[in-house]
Design a protein around this ligand. Structure first.
Ligand code: ATP
Length: 591
């Protein structure tokens, strides 16, 4: 209930429109339910002999006929307007909520994404929110409209004939229960369909992503087998839904037939007995009410059941909105005009998962403009160092400072705006080459982009593309080689003119020697006069760094220049020799 109230609070900005929708609902219910009264008048006063002269009856018939048509038209037009208005309000609310959810997702810390499947987040932003929309529009507003309709009809029925009404109302609980039963089964079947569909989609997604591996390892038959199993389950769920759905309308119709029979039997008997409680006109009007009664009744029973499903979605969506954001901005952030570029780790301890220390008591300092290379075996904690400087995670003990300011005292946005990243697996956004370099940052014009691209040797291949800087790229950067993608993200990093630079510098066997030279040259230009930390795998980068940190199992085991470390004859020397013999090492950079 608390959740439902919270959801309804999203409709507060639109309360005037909602009030109008309710007024329209009342109007429709009154007008549409008045039509059978006109039928009764037409029958009893005009069609049957009421004792008045035929001329007068004809005139009354015309007047009532015109009134009937006008009221029916007005009622249905207003119903249409109300349906449009309700849908509009619903869409507005959902738009606001979807935006709020995505805003929240953008603010969430990395650890949240580490532990949350992408598919789950997609579901929150799409289908969960869609179900909320059904709840707000069809659920809340629709139930009120149904209730108005039902009570309106019941009111008129009792007014016409309490005795007839009683006999109809007696059958209602049974019918309502039957419809509720069918609706529950329908919803279960529907939930199975969604569940099985998403499992089939997940399998498809995995298979499509790993198609090369499937084909390389001749796994087509088993992939097909897995697909077939899930496909069969989906078919069964669909069939189940059809089975229950086929029962839905026949039961409504059946209920109607029973009610009509009761009305005819009780009403007809009263007329034949000459009772003045029921007239033929009243009986006809009553039959019209009986027909109108079942539709809102059926839809109300459906809504009663979907309430639970909607509540599950509401809970999930609000659960996400209420998730604690672990990386927060300080109350009064520090924001120096320009930083010199001293980065320091002071007795830093860090664990991604509690007590599983990945960085252990790490202390080091990089001076402004220096290039620091971090080396170590895989899993030693090299990338974690970069993550901690950008506050993608916060340290548990100790501190990370830039120019003596704890990174936790910067605003996140300000801090990250000062940092540049060049990753091994370059991410290309859907958009033009220029969009990918500028990233929409204000103040980066076309000349800046071209200058950056020229500096990092990307201009040549960009110009050779069909539309140059306006060439459209897709999210995987199709049509670009790995080396070109790397140069492109270097142009992006340079155009943003970061104050500090982090590079994940893997030696890439898939890049040819000429491109490798371009990348090396671009890297050198990017790092010039900028404090840079390089997770280094290329021997040349390591050798040319001003200082090298040697990491092992999260601890700093040694540091110094290449020559100093080689002289120690320790872990660094072993690592270096391993790298020298690595087949990934670009041959022209080996020593
Ligand atoms: N998001 C994460 N959640 C939990 N543990 C993580 C996460 N990222 C890294 N780790 C763990 O932290 C340790 C250090 O990882 P890190 O990526 O810093 O190593 P690395 O030295 O950069 O390795 P590589 O050279 O293979 O990239 C590893 O044991 C890794 O399994």
């Amino acid at each position: 209930m608390k959740m439902a109230r919270r959801l309804l609070s999203y409709s507060a900005p639109y309360w005037r429109w909602l009030a109008l929708a309710f007024a329209l609902i009342m109007f429709t219910s009154l007008v549409v339910n008045f039509l059978p009264v006109l039928l009764q008048r037409i029958t009893d006063l005009c069609l049957l002999d009421s004792g008045s002269p035929p001329g007068e009856r004809m005139e009354l018939l015309l007047r009532l006929g015109v009134l009937y048509i006008s009221m029916a038209a007005a009622g249905h037009l207003v119903r249409y307007a109300q349906a449009m208005l309700t849908a509009w309000i619903g869409q507005k609310i959902i738009y606001d909520l979807r935006l709020e959810v995505f805003r929240k997702v953008l603010r969430m810390h990395q650890a949240y994404f580490d532990n949350t499947a992408i598919g789950t987040l997609m579901t929150r932003v799409t289908s969960d929110i869609e179900r909320l929309q059904h709840f707000v529009t069809e659920g809340v507003v629709g139930s009120i409209a149904d209730l108005f309709m039902i009570f309106g009809i019941m009111g008129y029925m009792i007014w016409f004939s309490p005795a007839l009404s009683l006999s109809i109302f007696a059958t209602m609980p049974l019918l309502f229960a039957l419809m509720y039963f069918i609706n529950t089964r329908l919803r279960n079947a529907n939930r199975d369909i969604r569940d099985r569909q998403s499992k089939l989609n997940a399998l498809m997604q995995e298979d499509l992503t790993g198609m090369t591996t499937i084909q390389l390892f001749n796994r087509e038959a088993s992939a097909l087998q897995d697909f077939d199993t899930r496909n069969t389950k989906l078919r069964t769920a669909y069939f189940d839904e059809v089975r229950w759905f086929s029962l839905y309308f026949p039961s409504i119709e059946g209920g109607q037939v029973i009610a009509i029979l009761i009305t005819l039997a009780v009403g007809g008997f009263a007329i034949m007995k000459g009772s003045d409680m029921v007239t033929i006109g009243k009986l006809i009007a009553f039959l019209a009410y009986v027909r109108n009664f079942f539709h809102p009744l059926g839809s109300l029973s459906d809504k009663a059941g979907s309430f639970q499903i909607a509540m599950a979605s509401v809970e999930r969506v609000f659960g996400l909105l209420d998730k604690e954001e672990l990386i927060n901005d300080p109350a009064v952030p520090e924001s120096p005009e320009r930083i010199a570029g001293t980065i320091a780790f002071n007795n830093v301890w860090f664990a991604y998962n509690e007590n599983n220390w990945v960085i252990k008591d790490l202390s080091f300092e990089v001076e402004p403009g220096q290039v620091l290379a971090v080396v170590g075996a895989t899993g030693a904690g090299k990338s974690t160092i970069i993550n901690l400087i950008g506050r993608f995670y916060d340290v548990q003990r100790g501190s990370v400072t830039i120019d003596g300011i704890d990174v936790r005292n910067f605003g996140k946005h300000d801090l990250r705006g000062r940092l540049g990243y060049v990753f091994q697996d370059p991410f290309i956004f859907t958009g033009t080459v220029a969009d990918n370099i500028g990233l929409g940052t204000p103040g980066i014009g076309r000349e800046d982009m071209v200058r950056a691209a020229k500096t990092v040797n990307a201009h040549g291949f960009i110009e050779a593309m069909p539309k140059g800087y306006d060439t459209e790229l897709n999210e995987r950067g199709e049509g670009l080689s790995l080396g070109q993608k790397q140069l492109l993200v270097m142009a992006r990093a340079l155009a943003q003119d970061p104050e500090l630079l982090f590079v994940l510098d893997e030696a890439t066997a898939s890049v040819d020697t000429a491109t490798e030279m371009l990348i090396q040259d671009a890297l050198a230009k990017l790092m010039a006069n900028r404090t840079s930390i390089v997770i280094a795998h290329r021997l040349s980068t390591i050798r040319h760094a001003d200082r090298i940190l040697v990491m092992r199992h999260g601890e700093l085991v040694d540091q110094g220049t290449h020559d100093e470390l080689m002289a120690h004859d320790g872990y660094y020397r072993q690592l270096y020799e391993l790298l020298m013999h690595s087949p990934d090492q670009p041959s022209n950079f080996q020593i």
